[in-house]
Design a binder for this molecule. Structure first.
Ligand code: HMG
Length: 443
């Protein structure tokens, strides 16, 4: 049985690795060698990676691909994509070329505010707090003056403070809901620091208020919300329906089938979940490549997809007067300064590849990536089916699993050029080619 360890965090990296490999692996020496094999050969670069998180043992490689030919607001971009799933980058690139030939993508940032809360309970009659909110607000602004000075100089800061009665949802529950403009940063630290100052001032305001009962106000939490419905971007494409015709399918027919696929995602949460997962393929890949927080973006997008009370599609489509219009509207709280943006050498390069965008430009580019990804997936789904293209891209993974030689790979890729390379069929073909028995299912 494994023994717990106390004080692990205080050990050196070498001692941590020693403990880890000796206590968790059948072959500690081989594991140690493998882990060390993934270290960067430049010590300074490795140290940076070690310091991103805690207890770093090695690096976990993720492919960094690129999708060229994205025409966005008349400008040409190559998108950096960090993702492990085959066919995502190819799909993005294919969509990019498709829409470049039909006028390209347009983006529009609709709003840029982020939100945070001081969540607190008050067990008495809170009417005096509401009545005197103007003076409380002045105090809150005073308390955060120093913290907001630099952000204000950049054109941001606190945009609004509201006192919200949430007692219909939970007994004694109130909020300070604070909106922020954080310019080119995602703003998490800025928002949380401000909220912590405000919470202290709220408590002292209540304690010194003659009409508020003593010890009845208790701050529970002060934290930003990753749901950012006031930080919204829209990306769209549009063309005459007739321009959608391809390979024996008329434009009208394609548009009808395509729209129906979106209608289904709006009506059926099972489908909406997969539909939006496909969108996040494109969004996450770009978010990770640009050093942003994909968990925050995922959480916000999924909450936004549920804003009607049912989980629905994040993309939309209409056909009017012979014009096909297709768009995505999502919340995206992104940064191009702070966090990993200057620390991770590949993030620096990813942002340079995008022409060093500001946060609003990046919002547009990321939304386009989600829209393009959804277009590729839906186009395949309503025509050939997803497996043809997806498995074509996945073939190399299967061949690598089988440890095929370079020569075998070329031969097998040629054989499957015009066939769907289902896993079992690839294994069968590979074994026949090598003259070895086909393994039994499950072995
Ligand atoms: P194709 O028409 O067989 O590709 O499409 P092609 O060989 O004719 O090449 C056309 C273009 O595709 C290329 O142009 C590239 O842009 C791109 P070119 O560079 O030659 O001028 N392309 C590639 N780019 C890089 N490397 C490659 C490559 N191959 C083609 N090797 C393709 C093949 C996979 C693109 C197409 O079938 C497709 O878009 N399929 C959709 C794939 C997809 O959506 N994958 C996501 C993973 S599946 C999933 O998780 C989500 C899902 O469940 C979501 C949902 O249900 O909504 C599907």
């Amino acid at each position: 049985m494994k023994e717990p360890i106390k004080g692990f965090s205080k050990l050196s990296k070498a001692a941590k690795l020693e403990w880890l490999t000796q206590n968790n692996f059948e072959n500690p020496e081989e594991t140690l060698e493998l882990f060390q094999g993934y270290w960067h050969n430049d010590e300074n670069v490795q140290r940076k990676h070690d310091d991103f998180i805690e207890n770093t043992m090695t690096n976990y490689y993720m492919p960094f691909g690129v999708a060229p030919n994205f025409q966005i607001n008349g400008r040409l971009y190559t998108l950096p994509m960090a993702i492990e799933e085959s066919s995502v980058v190819a799909a993005a690139a294919k969509s990019a070329s498709y829409w470049m030939a039909r006028g390209g993508f347009k983006t529009e940032v609709l709003s840029t505010e982020k939100i945070g809360h001081v969540h607190f309970m008050y067990e008495g009659d809170a009417s005096a707090l509401f009545r005197d909110f103007t003076s409380l607000e002045l105090e809150l602004r005073e308390a955060t003056k120093e913290l907001t000075a630099n952000m204000e100089a950049r054109g941001g800061g606190i945009t609004s403070i509201e006192l919200v009665d949430k007692t219909d949802d939970l007994d004694h529950y109130y909020q300070l809901e604070v909106c922020f403009e954080t310019c080119d940063s995602m703003g998490a630290n800025f928002i949380n620091s401000n909220l912590e100052e405000m919470a202290k001032r709220l408590e002292s305001f209540a304690a010194s208020h003659s009409e508020l009962e003593e010890n009845k106000l208790e701050v529970v939490m002060r934290i930003l919300s990753n749901y950012t419905p006031k930080c919204i971007v829209r990306a769209s494409v549009s063309c005459p329906v007739t321009d959608l015709a391809s390979e024996g399918t008329s434009g009208e027919d394609f548009a009808r089938k395509f729209k129906r696929a979106i209608d289904i995602a709006n009506a059926e949460p099972y489908r909406a979940t997969t539909h939006n997962k496909g969108i996040m393929n494109g969004i996450d890949a770009l978010i990770i490549a640009t050093g942003n927080d994909f968990r925050a973006v995922e959480a916000a997008c999924h909450t936004y997809a549920s804003k009607s009370g049912q989980y629905r599609s994040l993309t939309h489509c209409k056909v009017e007067d012979g014009i096909f219009t297709y768009w995505i509207e999502i919340p995206l709280a992104l940064g191009v300064v702070g966090g990993l943006t200057k620390l991770h050498p590949l993030v620096v390069k990813a942002l340079e590849m995008l022409g060093k965008p500001n946060a609003e430009e990046l919002m547009g580019i990321v939304a386009v990536s989600g829209l393009a990804q959804n277009f590729a997936a839906l186009r395949a789904l309503v025509t050939t089916g997803i497996q043809k293209g997806h498995m074509k891209m996945h073939l190399m993974n299967i061949l690598n699993q089988l440890e095929a030689t370079a020569e075998e790979k070329v031969h097998i890729a040629e054989y499957f050029k015009d066939k769907v390379p289902h896993h079992r069929e690839v294994v069968n073909y590979f074994c026949n080619l090598r003259g070895v028995p086909v393994p039994k299912v499950g072995s």
